[in-house]
Design a binder for this molecule. Structure first.
Ligand code: UGA
Length: 457
């Protein structure tokens, strides 16, 4: 079976490398020559732990990349993994999906059958929309020469390689039997865990699976598309909820670490996604909640819970700024060191990161801000070119003359910092750890005024 992945971004490059590792001849197509060149030279076009090694192992063997769409003609399965940015009203802009569909239509084999798979997160109804585009531009018939199906991806950035080989679930949306048979065959190597485990171990990962075999779940296209949005929005709601509970813990002298642990012991609730933060962010949750809310409004069924979670999330960002201000009396004229710009560790992604809201909030109140991130400084600068911050190449430098250090992203590097030396560089030894990540005992022993979030007692 031959596979094509359109898009060498996060979805396409991880999916492409995974199918190549499973033994399928795979071509990744992207208009960006530098990404194509990177893959063909055995390098990852994005920062994602393990992906470099995976691409290096299979490039030129089962994996190759191209700017041309020729490989579509020979393909049995074509994945679309291009971006779906937000429009100003929150709805998803499908211009890249539509462009990919037109190009696929030009190259699709006229005398065979191709499965075209929407892997990007796309609004409900997109499979039908793509189907109409391919029909119009190829003159071929849907469900005779090709079928469009929905197969949303559930990879987490930073853990994408592990997630792609050991997923909890594989959701396939199509009612077409021929497409279902092809997808079952394609995914059979993932559903049988032996080969994926072996690949993951060879990459140096030590996966701890709690859930065993992935569940292969078949449904119609619209439900599959909805599953992706409903899942991401649910997780965002869960985090907003624990973050609100954390704020209440501070007001009512309770400890959110114990509260979330105690809640998570109920298997109906589960212990995941109950970690307090300065708010959720990244390239998925903000975009997907916005699109889901916009779609619900369009259909006269506004998702009140999702709307509240989004508002609560912005309040959480603002709460961090206020907490530092309250501690220092004012932010005006103060120097704040920020550790962590990416929306979470193990990624260089700073799209929609909470750091930009929080830093902007502090600067607007007159603070000077020094920042550090192990991977994200370049991208942060690209997305926030006018934000007047000082970029520090060593994490220790954010401490120089700082009135406070605010830890926003729990990079392992920050736990390993020489905190014993950091304090002597600061004006005022105050650390706000928005992830409750550092050792309280160590920070107190070193004489810091150390605060987490939601620790009210
Ligand atoms: C999310 C989903 O978890 C994936 O299943 C999905 O495939 C992906 O979006 C996507 O749609 O492509 P991702 O955005 O990589 O993955 O990041 P998460 O690990 O879900 O974290 C999102 C945000 O929530 C981060 O800012 C993170 O720090 C925050 N978070 C997460 C918390 O504040 N607390 C938690 O307990 C967990």
């Amino acid at each position: 079976m031959r596979v094509v992945c359109i898009g060498a971004g996060y979805v396409g490059s991880v999916t492409g490398a995974a199918f190549a590792a499973l033994g399928y001849q795979t071509t990744v197509i992207d208009i960006d020559q530098s990404k194509v060149q990177a893959i063909n030279e055995g390098k990852s076009p994005i920062f994602e732990p393990g992906l470099d090694t995976l691409i290096k192992t299979y490039a030129g063997v089962t994996l190759n990349a191209s700017v041309e769409y020729d490989a579509v003609t020979e393909a049995d399965v074509v994945f679309i993994g291009v971006g779906t940015p937000s429009r100003p009203d929150g709805s998803a802009d499908l211009k890249y999906i539509e462009g990919a569909a037109i190009n696929i239509a030009k190259y699709i084999k006229p005398d065979g059958y191709t499965v075209i798979v929407n892997k990007s997160t796309v609004p409900v109804g997109t499979a039908e929309h793509v189907s109409a585009i391919v029909e119009e531009h190829s003159g071929l018939k849907s469900n005779v020469h090709f079928s469009i199906i929905s197969n949303p991806e559930f990879l987490r950035e930073g853990y994408a390689v592990e997630d792609v080989f050991l997923p909890d679930r594989i959701v396939i949306g199509t009612l077409n039997e021929r497409a279902r048979t092809i997808m079952r065959e394609l995914y059979s190597k993932l559903v049988d865990l032996e080969q994926p485990y072996e690949i993951i171990r060879q990459l140096g990962f030590n996966p701890q699976r709690e859930s065993g075999l992935p569940v292969y779940f078949e449904t119609d296209t619209r439900s599959a598309e909805m599953i992706k949005y409903a899942s991401n929005a649910f997780l965002a709601v869960k985090i907003s909820y624990i973050n609100e509970v954390a704020r209440l813990c501070e007001a009512m002298q309770a400890n959110v670490l114990d509260v979330s642990k105690g809640m998570g012991l109920d298997s109906r609730i589960g212990n995941k996604f109950l970690q307090v933060s300065s708010g959720w962010s990244g390239s998925c949750f903000p975009k997907d909640t916005a699109e889901f809310l916009a779609a619900s409004r369009k259909h006269g069924r506004e998702l009140n819970v999702v709307k509240a979670a989004m508002e609560s999330n912005l309040e959480m960002h603002a709460y961090i700024v206020e907490k530092v201000k309250k501690k220092l009396g004012t932010l005006y004229g103060k120097t704040i060191g920020v550790l962590g710009l990416t929306f979470k560790p193990n990624t260089d992604d700073t799209r929609h990161t909470q750091a930009s809201f929080i830093i902007r909030g502090m600067i607007n109140q007159g603070a000077s801000v020094k920042v550090h991130d192990p991977q994200g400084m370049e991208m942060f600068h690209v997305f926030n070119p006018n934000l007047a911050v000082t970029y520090c190449h060593a994490a220790e430098e954010v401490a120089d003359q700082a009135d406070a250090i605010v830890l926003l992203t729990h990079w392992e590097d920050y736990a390993l910092l020489k905190w014993s030396d950091m304090g002597s560089r600061m004006n005022h030894k105050y650390v706000l750890d928005t992830r409750n990540f550092l050792s309280v005992g160590m920070m107190n022993q070193l004489g810091y005024h150390y605060e987490g979030i939601g620790i009210g007692n």
